[in-house]
Design a protein around this ligand. Structure first.
Ligand SMILES: N[C@@H](CCC(=O)N[C@@H](CS)C(=O)NCC(=O)O)C(=O)O
Length: 202
């Protein structure tokens, strides 16, 4: 069976949400990201030489990495779930969003995860994230999801990284559209199922 290598609360929550939304059967394997080990003590680098989650081991043993790629793989294997349009400009709009979330928002949080990051760099990182939140908030102002009125792969990813605002005590109140969006996405059944599977609150 397809196995998702994940760590609770990490960015691997995004493909876990997508697996639930797609209704694809899956196993999960928990990775200790400090030790880069699996629960049985084995070396995670043997699964993913990058050492990062997520990784998706397919039935034939192939291992895929990178959130944006896992999300496309999952979406393409469950077209009825409509997580990413199969073709056309709407597909490229989704991919544009996935790339933006990966490179601007996800990695924008990067300096905050490093305990060695000095306070001034930390505060510059929060300011930088604020610019991304302003862009996203404009898009979400009318309610709904990133691409219309249903959950897509981009929502799974954005919701996952927005949760980290709480971890770093980033006040989201200047972006009420984002606060409402996070609440809305958190109430979607596949999101609740993935959070439950990781034993996380919304
Ligand atoms: N480029 C990767 C980055 C994944 C990533 O940042 N994973 C983090 C958790 S959110 C991680 O595993 N960090 C531990 C490590 O890299 O050793 C992607 O987009 O999937």
């Amino acid at each position: 069976m397809t196995t998702l290598y994940q760590a609770p609360g990490a960015c691997s929550l995004a493909p876990l949400i997508a697996l639930h939304a797609a209704g694809l059967p899956h196993d999960t394997a928990k990775v200790d990201l400090r030790a880069h080990q699996l629960a049985d003590g084995s070396d995670y680098y043997a699964v993913n030489p990058k050492g990062a989650v997520p990784a998706l081991k397919l039935d034939n043993g192939d291992v895929l990495t990178e959130n944006a790629v896992l999300l496309q793989y999952i979406a393409d294997h469950a077209p009825n779930a409509r997580l990413i349009p199969a073709s056309g400009i709407d597909r490229y709009r989704q991919l544009e969003l996935l790339n933006y979330i990966a490179t601007e928002v996800h990695k924008g949080f990067g300096p905050l995860f490093n305990p060695a990051t000095p306070p001034d760099v930390r505060s510059a990182a929060v300011d930088n994230l604020g610019k991304k939140f302003t862009f996203l908030a404009k898009r979400l102002d009318g309610g709904g999801f990133l691409c219309g009125d249903r959950l897509t792969a981009a929502d799974a990813y954005l919701f996952t990284v927005l949760r980290w605002a709480d971890l770093f005590k980033i006040d989201l109140s200047p972006w009420p559209a984002i606060v409402a969006y996070r609440e809305r996405v958190g109430n979607e059944p596949p999101v609740k199922a993935a959070l439950d599977e990781e034993s996380l609150g919304r």
